[in-house]
Every structure is written in C-alpha cells, then in structure tokens.
Design a protein around this ligand. Structure first.
Ligand code: GLU
Length: 307
C-alpha cells in the first residue's frame, strides 16, 4: 500500500464525480445550513506518516454537525469506559437520526451514540466530567487536528437552537426516563455548539487519525482511547456512522466512517490514514451525495478496505 499515488487518485476521483455537483439538497431544516453554497467540494487525506493530500475546497471550513458525535463520544468513552453501555446501546437503529419512536419502546436508552439521542447522552455525560464542556470540546478537537484556530460558529448553533424542537423533545423525553442527569437547556446548548464546530477537510482527516493509530493522537502521542476502545469506536462507526445508510456505506466502501448533515464524511483506514470528503448537497438519507460516491471510488481505485 505504500506506493499508492494518493494525489493522482484524488485527481481521478474529483474528475469522475464533479459532474454530480448540482444534484442533492443542502440540509434545509437548519436555516443557517440552508444558505450554504451547494457547489463546493473538497477532499483531504492525512496519512500516519504525516503527509496530507488535498483537492478542491479542502481548506474551506464547514459545519461538522454529526461528525462531532465521534469527538464527544471519545471524550466520555475514555472517562467512563464500559459504564456508558448502561445509558446507550451499540446497535444500528435503522431509523432516521432524530427519530423518537425507539426511545419510547426502549425506555429512553438510545440505540447507539451516533443517533441524536445517543449524542445527547454523551454530551450529558461530559457535564459530569467537565466544568466547561464547550471549552474542553474545543481544546480536544484543536489538539486532535493540530489546529488551534478551530472555532464554533454561533450563528449555526443559534439557528439550531431556534429550530431544534426534535432535539429538545429527545432530551426531555430521555430526562423523563432518568437518562439525562443535567439541565436540558445546558445539554442542548452544548450539543448545538458541538454540531456548529467549523472544520475543514484537512482538520477532520487529521482529527480522525487517532482512530487509525490505535487510539493515539499521532501529533503529540496523547493516548485518546485504548487499543480496544479505538477498535470498538471504529466498529460503531462501521455499523452506525451513516444514519440509516450505514449498511450501504459499509457495503460500498468497506470502511468505518461518520457523516454530518453539513455534507462532510470522514472515513478511517486503520494503521494507514484518514480521509474526509465534503460537499454540502445531501442524498435522501442525509449523507453527502458526492461524498458517498467519492469514498466508494477511493476504496475501489486503491483496493483499500478493512476486509
Ligand atoms: N445538529 C444536527 C441535528 O441535531 C445534527 C444532525 C446530523 O448531522 O446528523 O439535527
């Protein structure tokens, strides 16, 4: 695998997919995201031997949305370990990311950490660890991506706050089952801000490298997760990382990954690299339409996959 020409590969993928710009729709249910220009498209690869390859709009920051679920889950998984499984499951939901239906049937325990309900529980857990969750999340992602300039976009966060009725319903509903321990407004505010983190493809490819690197941040040697936890988190991304299109993503790419409704998808190749594709127009499952195709082409052209 050492002799793959990643730059040439990105060029080919870009040429073969850019005609798809114009298809799909930006996430309209969050007003600030509805304004984003859909005709943007970038890819970045960061390898464990510390090389970055990019094409297109790889340096343009975008709203990472659900990709933030991986960061906050990592923070609480490190601290609470297997105790977390009392408060969330690890099975795909097969339902949309903001569905309430299963929660009622399953006593307020979300199916997995990557649907909204599960992410809200992770954020609630962080309040048990941290006096200032927003500051700690920011420091965590800055350190993982080796970029001290990452910020929250408060316009996006406030736009979600103004319209986040479903998330408010989810958190209140779980509180009624005793599965939210802290103040619901504080948990929601933190959740909306973490979704509003602005990062570019390079930041995200770098920030996911610890999951390719056995749980160790390659930039400073920090142990983020144990080897076993990193394996488990990758397995969760493989099975639950792309909403109710997780099966299709696993089938077509053979990689663990996480998407967000801002149009980013990050995928991990254990022991080798992480890759982020961003293009804001989404398919009907809420995943970047071009991102899905680009990552399928990446594993097809390079022959890389975990299988
Ligand atoms: N902030 C979004 C929401 O809660 C995140 C959704 C996503 O990217 O899946 O609705």
């Amino acid at each position: 695998m050492q002799d793959i020409d990643y730059q040439a590969c990105l060029q080919e993928i870009y040429e073969e997919t850019k005609h798809l710009l114009g298809q799909g729709k930006v996430a309209e249910y969050i007003p600030a995201l509805a304004e984003v220009d859909p005709n943007q498209y970038g890819i970045a690869i960061h390898t464990l031997d510390n090389k970055t390859y990019t094409i297109g709009d790889a340096e343009t920051p975008f709203s990472i949305q659900s990709i933030s679920k991986v960061f906050v889950f990592s923070m609480v998984f490190k601290a609470f370990g297997d105790k977390l499984w009392k408060r969330m499951g690890r099975e795909p939901s097969g339902n949309s990311f903001n569905s309430l239906i299963q929660l009622e049937l399953e006593n307020g325990i979300p199916r997995n950490p990557f649907i909204n309900a599960g992410a809200l529980v992770s954020t609630d857990c962080l309040f048990s660890l941290s006096k200032n969750p927003l500051k700690d999340i920011l420091n965590f992602v800055r350190s993982l991506s080796n970029n001290p300039k990452i910020i929250y976009d408060s316009v996006v966060a406030n736009s979600e706050k103004d319209t986040g009725y479903r998330n408010a319903a989810l958190v209140n509903f779980m509180k009624s089952f005793g599965n939210i321990e802290h103040d619901v407004d504080s948990v929601l505010n933190t959740y909306f801000h973490q979704c509003g983190l602005m990062m570019n493809c390079i930041d995200l490819a770098k920030a996911f490298c610890f999951l390719a690197n056995k749980g160790i941040n390659p930039f400073n040697g920090d142990s983020i997760l144990t080897l076993s936890q990193a394996k488990r988190l990758n397995a969760l991304m493989q099975t639950c990382g792309l909403y109710d299109e997780s099966g299709e993503f696993a089938f077509s790419t053979g990689l663990p990954g996480k998407s967000g409704v801002g149009g980013g998808i990050v995928a991990v190749v254990p022991n080798l690299l992480s890759i982020c594709v961003w293009s804001p127009a989404l398919n009907k499952h809420g995943n970047s339409l071009i991102g899905m195709k680009a990552l399928e082409l990446f594993t097809t052209k390079t022959g890389i996959s975990i299988f």
